[in-house]
Design a protein around this ligand. Structure first.
Ligand code: GLO
Ligand code: MG
Length: 354
């Protein structure tokens, strides 16, 4: 295990990404869409003008209804999307198998109690990797949505973790280049999810047959739902060289996964995430700053994107705040162990008052 040396600050020009699901029509579990349909294919033309160059995909965002298609049909559709991305100057950041929709994954995918359903999950994962490779995309994301339980007694958690590790090793063997980025989340849709934190994900990486190809994607809201500080979670992954991407957003307390605008609930928490990323040189190896934000249902429009551009610009304002933060004064306050002064200085810096 090696910890990377501290790499204080940088002049990274950040590149941003999001997934097409972040432009939505406002449906929630209690009500239907409230905005006119904005077709998937029209979303890609918005990326560059909005300041984004990375696209995050689910497998069926690339190839709709991929289950009903032959391998040749899947490849044909994928190559059309690849050409479209090239024409638009966009990079596919990752492809994630959407393993939470199909009937076969009601009780989980890789950790389902049903061998037939686990076989389905593996088949779908292979298809997802094939799509990623054909898109020239180097990573798949595992958001382990239904790998967990509604009641503890329904599954053997030890066996479930073994099954997850077997799947990770199978993926590594199936494709000798692909990286696996695990996106931890502690709950929702299940009551208790396996791999709830980045610590669990990093442990899985080290236990795998090729640790350097297994990394993590940290979402702010998911860390907060686990009762943890998102910037500390990011710092942990960065210390292990395992932060492949982020899903920046925000969360107001312990409730459903809100995907609020970055900094919308806790500006200081957002500042600290940016500070940790900046200090570690995140982005300098081509990593994207990903956003996983949901537009408010109240927002009017057709193809609503203000939540994306606002979160991106908030991030960039906070980069300025990190870069203009007086490090000498900080060092003196830390040296004097005057954390009262340090806290006030940070709050005033964020408010822009002297
Ligand atoms: C849900 C997740 C989800 C994933 C996406 C990519 O809570 O955050 O949005 O990020 O499906 O795997
Ligand atoms: Mg996410």
């Amino acid at each position: 295990m090696c910890f990377t040396a501290v790499n204080m600050s940088q002049d990274t020009t950040y590149r941003f990404s999001f997934g097409p699901w972040n432009i939505s029509e406002g449906a929630d579990p209690f009500g239907p869409e409230v905005r006119p349909l904005f077709p998937h294919e029209s979303k890609f033309a918005l990326y560059r003008p909005l300041g984004f160059e990375g696209v995050q995909f689910h497998d069926d965002d690339v190839v709709p209804e991929l289950e009903t298609l032959t391998p040749d049909q899947i490849l044909k559709k994928t190559s059309e999307v690849r050409t479209m991305l090239e024409n638009q100057g966009l990079t596919p950041e990752f492809v994630a198998p959407r393993l939470w929709f199909p009937a076969q994954t009601v009780d989980g995918a890789y950790t389902s109690n049903s061998a037939i359903d686990r076989a389905y999950a593996w088949d779908r994962t292979q298809k997802c990797i094939d799509v990623a490779r054909a898109l020239n995309c180097k990573a798949i994301v595992l958001w382990l949505a239904r790998e967990g339980s509604y009641i503890r007694e329904s599954k053997n958690a030890r066996v479930a973790y073994q099954r997850l590790l077997e799947t990770i090793n199978q993926i590594l063997q199936y494709d000798s280049d692909i990286e696996i980025w695990i996106e931890p989340k502690p709950n929702e849709p299940t009551d208790q999810a396996y791999v709830p934190t980045i610590g669990h994900a990093v442990a899985m990486a080290y236990a795998s047959n090729d640790p350097k190809r297994v990394k993590g994607l940290i979402e702010t809201a998911h860390a907060l739902l686990a009762g943890l500080d998102a910037s500390d979670e990011m710092a942990f992954a960065l210390a292990h060289n395992k932060l492949a991407s982020v899903h920046l957003n925000d969360q107001n307390g312990l409730k459903y996964d809100q995907d609020k605008n970055f900094g919308g609930a806790n500006l200081r928490g957002a500042f600290n995430q940016v500070r940790v990323l900046e200090e570690a040189g995140f982005g300098s190896k081509g990593e994207f700053v990903g956003l996983d934000v949901k537009a408010m249902r109240t927002q009017k429009g057709h193809g609503v994107t203000a939540h994306l551009t606002n979160s991106r610009s908030l991030f960039l304002h906070l980069v300025d705040k990190v870069r203009s933060w007086d490090r000498q004064a900080e060092a003196q306050m830390i040296e004097a162990r005057d954390y009262e002064a340090l806290e006030l200085a940070i709050l005033k810096h964020l408010m822009g008052v002297k």
